[in-house]
Design a protein around this ligand. Sequence first.
Ligand code: FVH
Length: 292
Amino acid sequence: TQNLMEKTPVTLLGLGAMGTALARAWLAAGHPLTVWNRTPARAAALAAEGATVADSVAEAVAANSLVVVCLLDDASVAEVLDGTDLAGRDLVNLTTGTPEQARARAGWADGLGARYLDGGIMAVPPMIGVPQSGGYVLYSGSQDVFERHRETLGVPAGTTYVGANAGFAALYDVALLSAMYGMFAGAAHAFALIRTEDIDPAGFAPLLAGWLTAMAPSVHQTADQLRSGDYTRNVVSDLAMQVAGTPTFLETARQQGVSPELLTPYFELMRRRLTEGSGKEDLTGVVDLLLR
Ligand code: FVH
């Protein structure tokens, strides 16, 4: 464990909701912290909490070898770091972006003599600095940077290194969030259905949460089937049976006056896979349809 005197100093560029939460976590853990933000007023409270506020990006970057960036998007990262001397710096970019943007930024940093680690934050600001919240950050790119700063990076949230390909953290991030949006879409349809009657959403919510939790482990079976290439392995409810059930969902939506527009794209993919003769399979074949 690092003692107080040895805590790695951190430079942090970007004090939005997430940047401010990261800053507070490092300050609370005793890390010397230098911050910069485009709108200086956002740094005032942190200065009172012990952060050093730099007047310019160049000053902030010159202060420490570990430079963490948490800005709105890749364009703002480009704008903020344009013309900055990053030679010898360990640049950790926690700004959300695409895998291509992350790989391009890694190449760009390399050209400037910096080591690059990309991060995808799987947490919202209130989860930062709260280990029991389950929040974590996906990292990819320089494993050296990750190992060297593992303890410091682990202060705001858990850390998961997913590979040397700098784009992987962003890819995992977007994959996980895409699954989340699918879940939100299903939940929106479910709430719309019960809202057509005098049903208390607060009474329904525990049933919904419980059902989604019970169904979530099915992703392990999907992974197993994708690995083996056998989509009939351990099937419980086959595609033919599930497609046969879809008219019930669509008719219920119609009867209740709810738009089926969140369900129909997925049902259409299930139906297409069935017409290819995959009735005995699980739903896993839909993955292949999306890859075409
Ligand atoms: N907040 C969240 O729930 C999510 C959780 C998962 C990860 N995301 C990503 O984290 C990045 C930062 O998000 P944020 O919540 O801090 O975002 P904002 O509060 O909107 O702050 C944005 C900061 O970026 C600065 N900024 C924007 N454009 C520029 C620019 N052209 N030049 C310099 N700085 C810029 C902005 O500065 P200011 O408006 O205060 O002057 C803020 O510091 C983000 O990628 C999320 O997707 C958060």
